[in-house]
Design a protein around this ligand. Structure first.
Ligand code: MRU
Length: 359
């Protein structure tokens, strides 16, 4: 997607310097900084501290983390993979990407060949992600087109957290249909949930929509229900870190409450997910718990133009910080994937197994 008119992916391999580069998402929206990942430790740190985040991007970063580990001479790839897997537990793409790299290097002869194979897999994961997100957009835009046909007003879409290009390698999942609609000339407007505690909506979704010049409004997390009751939301589109084979959707904390409000108001609620983030095995989802300082304090730009963190809560109050929640399948109208839109249930998701992208 575009940043000041220049196209960027969220992560890439710089062939000239043989270096892995990524956009530092902890500095957005105030500063656009590129980081270089040089080692396994750098990759683990970038994922854990959310310089890179979002399920598909975490997978891509982990794959590159394996390349760096091998290049550094780690002689136990399974241990390097375990270190990367431990950084964030919820997104299924992380383990999926690590498994792909481990499989590819299993038969490789020598370190150089292992690095070459790992780099090829990481590049393939990135390219596939771009293609998948584009296909998700092409399938999902049909929902927006249908709404646009029935009214002259802009289509109002509510989204939670950031499931845009910053959460993927390019284009996004939940935002891909929005970008597609905009490119087709459909009038859209996005309600952007701020998404406490880390504010991925207010800082990342707003920034990337602004960069693509798409009309949007940031709202506090508590506003969505009121907007839905007053007829100002046509469609909810969210991403997912893990969707189980039964159609339960795990996404950023607060997604469940939006789905409840959408259900109560008869508003379609869709999750846009690459097939790689479907858990075909289990309905049991590990929910990441993060540090309480993300609740007790907030970071922003101070009047001197410096990023600063200030305390919000009384020093003596405890805080609890779950990063994700699970929206039960019964509240999900459908799942948009690169292989088409299916119902959020076992039968619907099973159909995906026999389809190829863009069917
Ligand atoms: O904690 P984050 O910022 O990694 O959480 C991201 C989300 O919840 C996204 O909605 C999800 O990863 C889907 S991304 C396409």
């Amino acid at each position: 997607m575009l940043v000041d008119g220049t196209h960027y992916r969220s992560i890439w391999f710089d062939e000239a310097d043989s270096a892995v580069r990524a956009i530092d998402q902890t500095r957005l929206p105030h500063f656009f900084d590129i980081i270089t990942l040089d080692s396994l430790e750098d990759a683990c740190h970038a994922i854990r501290d959310m310089q890179v985040r979002g399920a598909p991007l975490i997978g891509a970063a982990a794959a590159y983390g394996m390349c760096l580990a091998l290049r550094e001479g780690h002689d136990n790839p399974a241990q390097a993979a375990a270190q990367l897997a431990a950084t964030r537990p919820t997104a299924v793409n992380l383990q999926w990407a690590l498994d792909r790299v481990l499989k590819a290097i299993a038969a490789a002869d020598g370190t150089d060949e292992q690095v070459r194979q790992a780099l090829a897999v990481a590049a393939a994961i990135c390219d596939e992600d771009v293609d998948n997100c584009r296909a998700i957009g092409e399938h999902g835009v049909a929902l927006i087109r249908d709404i646009a046909r029935s009214s002259d007003a802009p289509v109002n879409i509510l989204t939670h957290c950031n499931a845009g290009w910053l959460a993927t390698v390019d284009r996004g999942t939940a935002l891909a249909p929005v970008y597609q609609a905009w490119e087709e000339g459909i009038d859209v407007h996005v309600w952007v949930d701020e998404t406490r505690p880390r504010n991925q909506g207010a800082s990342l979704t707003a920034w990337e929509l602004l960069q693509q010049r798409i009309p949007h409004t940031v709202i506090s997390d508590n506003t969505g229900g009121h907007l839905m009751q007053s007829g100002r939301v046509d469609l909810c589109l969210v991403g997912s870190d893990r969707t189980t084979f039964r159609g339960n959707v795990c996404n950023k904390i607060g997604t469940y409450l939006k789905a409840l409000a959408a259900h109560d108001n008869g508003i379609p609620f869709y999750a846009a997910v690459p097939v790689s983030s479907i858990d075909w095995e289990s309905d049991d989802i590990p929910i990441e718990e993060r540090g309480s300082e993300e609740i007790t304090a907030i970071c922003g730009l101070n009047t001197q133009g410096v990023l600063d963190t200030v305390r919000l809560t009384p020093a003596g109050s405890a805080a609890l910080n779950y990063a994700f929640d699970v929206t039960p399948a019964r509240l999900v109208t459908g799942i948009i994937t690169e292989r088409g839109i299916v119902s959020a249930d076992e039968a619907g998701l099973a159909q995906l197994k026999s389809r190829v992208a863009s069917d």
